[in-house]
Design a protein around this ligand. Structure first.
Ligand code: FAD
Ligand code: NA
Length: 387
């Protein structure tokens, strides 16, 4: 791509969806710039060479969607397994099936409840605080599910996620804490769910596999920006504050430290994800990747398994930004950055970093498809200005 029609900054799901649509449907020559040594953004995965187990290098990624368009689009590049996500949580030496459901309630309170009895129990425990009176996250949670479930399943986990005592966190962090009065323990409620049959990287690689798309790895946009700014339309999916040199201050993010290890057992925990709810256990979760692909058992080295301990903390300069903290100050800065972004000629901002929003993969793909239909296609086919 000596002379591209469009430059896309970032090769995550947002950037690759835009690149694929513009190349395949409009015949544009698209140059994708990626500063990492691989494409795929945070959904990137690779096989751990000794065990053959696929490891999601930036944290466990489970695909799910109720959006028919996104599902059909994704299926052009990959098929999906029948994997259904379930999560278990340890607390004081017991393991419970999450999310909070009738099975958990029965086990936790040591007796069987009908759905109606369980509803009444939790409602009476939640009546301790009225939701509208809650002044912090702890009070809000107690007002929704009562103190016993809060103390076991929310308090320690939340404190570790935010490195902050829940009485010091804003009540708005949670709007609801769903409790299921059934034994249903599927984690996602979406119509479609599964894992890409031959892995995330194969899926992402196929999206970029078009003669009109060039992905240039290990290339930071800011080192070549002057070549393209104002000359070629740009879709930028990097951090919005970084684009503007942090002139309005840094947006704050949480990151997760991922400690990967190979264990000399065939099966470490019997399932993909176990949350650790006790506050004195320093990590929040352990992921055991082989359980995401039980159908690959023949390709996994027996007697070994790959696990990852996750530790959550506030991101500092140089850390991977994972989840927006979204304090009142962040929201104020974001408004200023959005104003600057609007004024930036021929540049569209998208994706989770470019909009400072947590986006699931299906949301990133859906939002990129909308940007293509509503902005890029009208621009390239009818000359509508890019704003
Ligand atoms: P990214 O994937 O972050 O891609 C942005 C790319 O831009 C990166 O590759 C980056 O290197 C590149 N870049 C940035 N700045 C520059 C620059 N200056 N020059 C060149 N390149 C640049 N979603 C789900 O649906 N299910 C899950 O289970 C799930 N789990 C997640 C777990 C974690 C820990 C995290 C953080 C996210 C998870 N997600 C999950 C969300 C998923 O990762 C995102 O939806 C997806 O990454 C969004 O894609 P994106 O293209 O917007 O951003
Ligand atoms: Na209440």
């Amino acid at each position: 791509c000596v002379d591209p029609d469009l430059v896309v900054v970032g090769s995550g799901f947002f950037g690759l969806t835009v690149a694929e649509r513009c190349a395949a449907e409009l015949g544009l020559r698209v140059l994708v710039l990626e500063r990492r040594h691989h494409l795929g953004g945070n959904a990137y995965s690779e096989r751990e060479p000794e065990t053959g187990v696929e490891v999601h290098k930036y944290g466990a990624h489970l695909f799910h969607t109720s959006n028919q368009k996104v599902w059909e689009y994704a299926n052009r590049f990959t098929s999906f397994t029948g994997y259904q996500h379930r999560v278990f949580g340890k607390y004081q030496g017991q393991v419970y099936s999450l999310p909070m459901n009738l099975g958990l309630i029965n086990q936790f309170f040591g007796k069987s409840h009908t759905p109606q009895e369980a509803r009444e129990l939790i409602a009476s425990q939640a009546s301790e605080i009225a939701t509208e009176d809650a002044t912090n996250l702890e009070e809000k949670a107690i007002s929704l599910i009562g103190r016993p479930l809060y103390e076991a399943f929310i308090k320690g986990y939340t404190a570790k996620q935010w490195q902050t005592d829940p009485t010091k966190l804003s009540a708005d962090i949670i709007t609801r804490l769903p409790v299921r009065y059934t034994f249903e323990n599927r984690w996602f409620n979406d119509t479609y769910e599964g894992l890409p049959t031959d892995g995330y990287t194969a899926w992402l690689t196929r999206m970029a596999d078009h003669p009109n798309i060039e992905v240039r790895l290990e290339t930071d946009f800011f080192s070549v920006a002057e070549q393209y700014k104002g000359r070629v339309p740009i879709v930028y999916t990097g951090p919005v504050d970084e684009y503007f040199d942090h002139c309005e201050g840094r947006l704050s993010w949480r990151t997760v430290d991922l400690e990967e290890s190979i264990e000399d057992v065939d099966d470490f925990q019997g399932t993909g994800v176990v949350n650790y709810n006790d506050q004195d256990v320093p990590f929040t979760r352990i992921i055991e990747f082989k359980h995401f692909h039980p159908e690959r058992v023949q390709t996994h080295l027996p007697g070994k398994t790959v696990i990852v301990h996750e530790y959550s903390r506030f991101a500092e300069e140089g850390d991977e930004p994972y989840y927006p903290v979204n304090t009142a100050e962040d929201r104020e800065k974001l408004l200023k950055y959005r104003e600057l972004a609007k004024q930036e000629q021929m540049v569209l901002f998208g994706g989770r970093l470019g909009t400072y929003q947590y986006l699931d993969m299906h949301m990133a793909i859906g939002s990129a498809l909308s940007m293509f239909e509503n902005k890029l296609k009208p621009h390239f086919t009818d000359g509508v200005a890019l704003t």
